[in-house]
Design a protein around this ligand. Structure first.
Ligand code: NAD
Length: 377
């Protein structure tokens, strides 16, 4: 089976879909692995490294796309490349399907079997393939470093002959994968950390990392079967915003990570709350790309309001591209390996398996994922 890894073309993408250590594992499965020349340039991996791992290097992207049985990459395919693959080609990448339904329709029209990395189910068995988690983990770490970098204070308590400096106070809103990593990173730096999440199960996880859980009684909140937060009612959201205002006003750093799967992120920190924070404080909005948790934040930009610095996240995992690429490539490999038929040396698209049911969006000319089918209308 021929696997092709094209070079990423999305502007600003610093990660790559394959690293040589993982490439050799694909080769060991018996797959034919072709990579586009320059694939690893963004992380300073030369073509010769992929060659040593057993890959074929090509400069002819168009021909390789047309020949491949599987195309694997990080970003969604550009529209003009969707029909460049052969009918029945299995395409694996991020697809952002809720916000780009036309792209999914085009993939169906092209007869592509499109597997969406964001839709890999959050089950124990699929954890090793879960790119949302692997990248969110790194992003949570980066968020803290970015915030600390812009703060005019230090994070840990410091006792010196010149006096004692108190630790920075960090408030983290949303304690999923990114939020928990942000808590752990801030704790490692010696900050005093408080966190909040609408899912009650998170309280224990926050405390086990040595942080304080802010208790807010919002009534019934809970989580979906997939482990995601349920959307709050407008009344609950209002209550939450008010209850968090004090924690924000006392914090040196606020990091927001609240997301709602397939929907716009909830606005949690409004302008009046920002105005109540001390000048010099820093807010990092990790949901900036999906609508933003913080009023006025802009993805990929830093803005200032009333002396408060607001950093809007954009591809934070891409700030540590080598590790992010290593993890993403491993996620891809684990997915392929899980469904690899070792005798026939092919990827079996087992449509009875819940991982495939959850993540396969298009097949044989149609949209086959129920959630996305509804979205497509
Ligand atoms: P996410 O990125 O969708 O959301 C981030 C966090 O924001 C979540 O914890 C969510 O509860 C929280 N949130 C949403 N609305 C909020 C609000 N109004 N106020 C405060 N917080 C709010 O979630 P995620 O980090 O991808 O993970 C979601 C869950 O899935 C977690 O429980 C995680 O442990 C679980 N998970 C399981 C697996 C697995 O078993 N394979 C893998 C990954 C994640």
């Amino acid at each position: 089976m021929d696997l092709f890894f094209p070079k990423e073309v999305k502007a600003g993408e610093s990660r790559v879909s394959l690293v040589p250590t993982v490439a050799s594992k694909f080769v060991a499965l018996g797959a034919g692995v072709t990579v586009e020349s320059g694939l690893g340039a963004a992380v300073k991996i030369a073509d010769s490294e992929y060659e040593k791992a057993g890959c074929t290097i090509t400069a002819d992207r168009k021909a390789a796309l047309a020949k491949a049985d599987m195309v694997l990459r990080l970003s969604a395919p550009p529209d003009d490349e969707i029909s460049a693959t052969k009918k029945g080609c299995i395409h694996i990448s991020y697809l952002d399907p809720f916000f780009h339904i036309d792209r999914v329709k085009k993939l169906a029209e092209a007869g592509t079997s499109a597997i969406c990395m964001e839709m890999i189910p959050r089950t124990t068995i699929a954890q090793k393939m879960d790119a949302l988690s692997s990248q969110a983990n790194l992003a949570g770490y980066v968020a803290v470093l970015q915030a600390v970098n812009r703060l005019d204070k230090i994070a840990p308590m410091m006792m010196t002959p010149a006096g004692t400096l108190s630790p920075a106070k960090v408030f983290i809103i949303g304690a999923g994968v990114a939020g928990l990593q942000a808590i752990a990173t801030a704790k490692r730096l010696g900050a005093r950390v408080e966190a909040f999440d609408t899912r009650p199960v998170v309280e224990e996880q926050v405390q086990s990392l040595g942080a304080k859980f802010l208790k807010i009684d919002l009534g019934e909140t809970g989580q979906t079967d997939g482990g995601y937060a349920k959307e709050l009612t407008p009344e609950q959201l209002e209550l939450q915003q008010q209850a968090m205002a004090k924690a924000c006003s006392q914090a040196d750093i606020v990091i927001t990570t609240a997301q709602l799967f397939g929907c716009k992120a909830p606005v949690l920190v409004k302008r009046d709350v920002i105005d109540g924070m001390n000048p010099g404080s820093v807010i990092v909005d990790m949901a900036a790309e999906t609508g933003g948790n913080v009023e006025g934040s802009k993805p990929g930009e830093e803005v200032e309001q009333n002396g408060v610095i607001i950093i809007g996240a954009r591809n934070f995992a891409g700030c540590v591209p080598l590790d992010a690429s290593q993890m993403y490539a491993s996620n891809l490999f684990n997915l392929i390996d899980h469904f690899w038929d070792k005798e026939e040396k092919t990827f079996k698209l087992n449509r009875d398996d819940e991982i495939i049911t959850g993540s396969l969006l298009t097949y044989d000319g149609a949209i086959v994922n129920e959630t996305i089918k509804q979205k497509a209308g």
